[in-house]
Design a protein around this ligand. Sequence first.
Ligand SMILES: [Zn+2]
Ligand SMILES: [Zn+2]
Length: 396
Amino acid sequence: MTTPSDILMQAQAMADQLTAWRRDIHMHPELSFQEERTANLVAGQLAALGIETQTGVGKTGVVGYLGDGGPAIAIRADMDALPIQEENDVAYASQTPGVMHACGHDAHTAILLGVATILARMPDRPAGQVRFLFQPSEEDSDDENKSGATRMIEDKALDGVDGVIALHVASDLPSKRITIVDGPASANEDSFEIWLRGTGGHGAFPHQTVDPTFILAQVLNSIHGIRARRIDPTKAAALSIGMILAGAASNVIPSQVYLSGTMRSFDDGVRQQLRDELAKVLEISRVLGGDFEMKLWPGYPAMINDVDVARLVRVSTRDLVGAHAIMEAEPMMAAEDFSYMTRKAPGAMFMLGAKKDGVERPHHTPVFDIDESAMPLGAAVLADVACRLLRQKASQ
Ligand SMILES: [Zn+2]
Ligand SMILES: [Zn+2]
């Protein structure tokens, strides 16, 4: 029988191939919902493995179906890059000006191709189906405010799935270390735009105006009071204003102030409360003789890791490389659209440490890069957990 150490050996034997795939994709990054070259590469590799392949899923996504009958386990990788100009001086740097794989989705795609290779060649693969989900657009949404995960789900990529797993590389986590949290793992995210309206005029005659900058001062304090005074202090929440724009001259009182910001939480009740309290606070502008308009842009829901799937990730990591590889983790306030998939089937995402060198290389920056030698471990864990889930679901 194929053991976890066999899987690890096979993954390590693929190290050069994983790096080659990752560098190829890294050199040719594609923005959200434009992953056509990447999808072609993926579909070609899946077909070469004899895996039934469907393209154009969720617009530019690819799904591979390996095996049939019995339980179905899905493994997801995202494929999109970011509108960032790469600053790394490496042979495999992005060849597309202004576009860069600065979140590691190139590595996710390469790793999932490795997982497909391992599982397709496994003579005693457990009964059931493994579905390889190569998802477009994790970083952005289309003009209907839907990201790649939602589009894949709409195209039935997760229908009949009994479990779903994924990883995310982490450029700030020691290489070849793994973290996973139980329950809420990433945040509910909503962004908003606000226009505070008054009546502009001459700076020398403020009494003849309704000054929206004065309204802003009252509203801003109250917005920052929501977290402190309205949300249960035992529950996590963040509300930040990222933009304030007003005025054009020192002696002119503007007629409106523009604000935008973001709200984060783990609990769905807290998410709704943040929305409601924000709208309530803006009423202050009416009391002061002005008015407001608010647009809420609902973002991704919180990602909830299934406790049983998370446990399997820990057991698998321990059996593959030892318990020392598992590090303690806290939930993160960032948002991740894999959350839509974990709401369709029990699932979990783990973080794969891939810190490259002594330099800080944060995600979404021009200097982002990873230690590629962490990729085989990621592939081994995903392949091994998929096998464990298939066996577990078959015996239920
Ligand atoms: Zn990202
Ligand atoms: Zn990402």
